[in-house]
Design a protein around this ligand. Structure first.
Ligand code: 3PG
Length: 397
C-alpha cells in the first residue's frame, strides 16, 4: 500500500478522507477532539508540500438526509484553530458549487467538505458519487482508519476513480501497530476483552484465540462465561443462547494451552444505578437478586499479575460499568496496570479509550486506536474494505 510520502502532492489538489466523527454536546460543542488531532500530521504534511487540501469526513448517521446538527461546521472551526489557518466549509461534498470552490483554491489552501453521509450514495458505496468526489482531486489520501471497515463510497469506490491513491499517516500507523502486536509479538501476548456482550466480541475471541497466550475477560460479558461454567450470576445480563459457545471457547483455550481468566470476585449491586447498594462478593456468592457491575479486587489483583509478565497487550472493552463512579475501580485499575506495564500496549474501542482518558493515562499507553468497529474488525482477523481498495488500486498501477 502506497503511503502519502510516496506520491507527489506538491501543488496538487489532495482530497484527504479522515474520520472526524467526534462527539458533540447539545450545543454542538466538540467534547473530544482526539480524532481531529490524530489526522493533523497528514494534513500539515500535505500543506508543507504545497498541496491544496480538501478534507472529507462523515459525522454520525444522518441516513442520507441533511441533518443540520450533523454539519461538519464545528469540525471545520476546530481545524481552523488547530491548523492556524482559514478552513472554508463547503456547502456540500459534491456538486457545482463545491467544484467551483476547489477550482479557486491556491496552494496551501484548505477546504472542508460537508458531511459525506448527507448523501445515501456514500453509504451505498455508489460509483457515480465516488466519481464526483474523485473529480475534485488529483490525489486521494485515505487517512480514515475508524471507518475503514465500512464499504462506503469515499473509502472504497473512490479508489476506482482517483488517479493516485495512498494511505495517510494515521491509517498506516494504526495498521502497523496492530500488525506488530499480532503477527510477530513479543510474548506473552495478553488480550483483555471486556464490554457488554459476548455476541459482539465472538469473532474477535475466536480469531484472537489463534494468536494470544492469555485471555483476560471482564465487563458484563464475563457473566455469560461465568454462567456457562455453572456459576450463579444473579440478575446479571447473560446471553443464554451463547452459553454453549462460551463454554466451548474456554475449553478450546484450555486444550491448546491458552490461559483464559474469568473473574474470581465481583462488585455487585441491587439495581443498575449509580446509587445502588453495592458490595464485593466472591464469584460463588452472588446473591440471586443482585447483578455484577465490576470486577472485584481479587480479580484485579489476579489480572495485574497476568499483565505484569505480558510483553504485548491488546485491550478492547471495559471491566465494568465505569461510567458510574461506584463501579469504575476495576476498569481504572486495569488502566493503571496497562500503563505501568513495560509491554507494547495497544488499546482500541470507544469505551476503553474513554476510560484511559478519564484516568489521564493516554501518554503511558503505547498506542490508542482511533477506531471502534474498525479495531474490532482487525481483532476478528478481517481485511478492512478500505485497505483492500487501496491495495487493489496499487496492484493496477
Ligand atoms: C466510528 O465512530 O466508529 C466511525 O466513525 C464509524 O462510524 P459508523 O459506525 O457510523 O460507520
Amino acid at each position: 500500500m502506497l503511503n502519502m510520502r510516496d506520491v507527489d502532492i506538491s501543488g496538487k489538489r489532495v482530497l484527504i478522507r479522515v474520520d472526524v466523527n467526534v462527539p458533540l454536546d447539545a450545543n454542538l460543542n466538540i467534547t473530544d477532539d482526539t480524532r481531529i488531532r490524530a489526522v493533523l500530521p497528514s494534513i500539515n504534511y500535505a500543506l508543507d508540500e504545497g498541496a491544496k487540501v480538501i478534507i472529507a469526513s462523515h459525522m454520525g448517521r444522518p441516513k442520507g438526509q441533511v441533518v443540520p446538527e450533523l454539519s461538519m461546521a464545528p469540525v471545520a472551526k476546530r481545524f481552523k484553530r488547530l491548523l492556524k489557518k482559514e478552513v472554508e466549509l463547503a456547502p456540500d461534498s459534491i456538486g457545482p458549487e463545491v467544484k467551483a470552490m476547489v477550482e479557486k483554491m491556491q496552494d496551501g489552501d484548505v477546504i472542508m467538505l460537508e458531511n459525506l453521509r448527507f448523501h445515501q450514495a456514500e453509504i451505498d458505496n455508489d460509483d457515480a458519487f465516488a466519481k464526483e468526489l474523485a473529480s475534485l482531486c488529483d490525489v486521494y489520501i485515505n487517512n480514515a482508519f475508524a471507518v475503514a471497515h465500512r464499504e462506503n463510497a469515499s473509502v472504497v469506490a473512490i479508489t476506482r476513480h482517483a488517479p493516485v491513491c495512498a494511505a495517510g499517516f494515521l491509517l498506516q500507523s494504526e495498521l502497523n501497530y496492530f500488525a506488530k502486536a499480532m503477527n510477530d509479538p513479543a510474548r506473552p501476548l495478553v488480550a483483555i476483552i471486556g464490554g457488554a456482550k459476548v455476541s459482539s466480541k465472538l469473532g474477535a475471541l475466536h480469531h484472537m484465540l489463534q494468536h494470544v497466550d492469555k485471555f483476560v475477560v471482564g465487563g458484563a460479558m464475563a457473566s455469560t462465561f461465568l454462567k456457562s461454567v455453572d456459576y450463579n450470576v444473579g440478575k446479571s445480563k447473560v446471553e443464554d443462547d451463547l452459553l454453549w459457545e462460551a463454554r466451548s471457547l474456554m475449553k478450546r483455550a484450555t486444550m491448546q494451552g491458552t490461559a483464559f481468566y474469568i473473574p474470581v470476585d465481583a462488585v455487585v449491586a441491587d439495581r443498575f444505578s449509580p446509587d445502588a447498594e453495592s458490595k464485593i462478593v466472591p464469584i460463588r456468592e452472588i446473591p440471586p437478586e443482585w447483578m455484577i457491575m465490576d470486577i472485584g479486587p481479587a480479580t484485579a489483583l489476579l489480572y495485574s499479575e497476568v499483565l505484569a509478565s505480558a510483553k504485548t497487550i491488546i485491550w478492547n472493552g471495559p471491566m465494568g460499568v465505569f461510567e458510574m463512579d461506584a463501579f469504575s475501580r476495576g476498569t481504572m485499575s486495569m488502566v493503571n496496570y496497562v500503563a505501568n506495564s513495560y509491554a507494547l500496549s495497544i488499546v482500541g474501542g470507544g469505551d476503553t479509550d474513554v476510560a484511559i482518558h478519564k484516568a489521564g493515562e493516554t501518554h503511558r499507553i503505547t498506542y490508542i486506536s482511533t477506531g471502534g468497529g474498525a479495531f474490532l474488525a482487525l481483532m476478528e482477523g478481517k481485511t478492512l474494505p478500505a485497505v483492500a481498495a487501496l491495495e487493489r488500486h496499487q496492484a493496477k498501477i
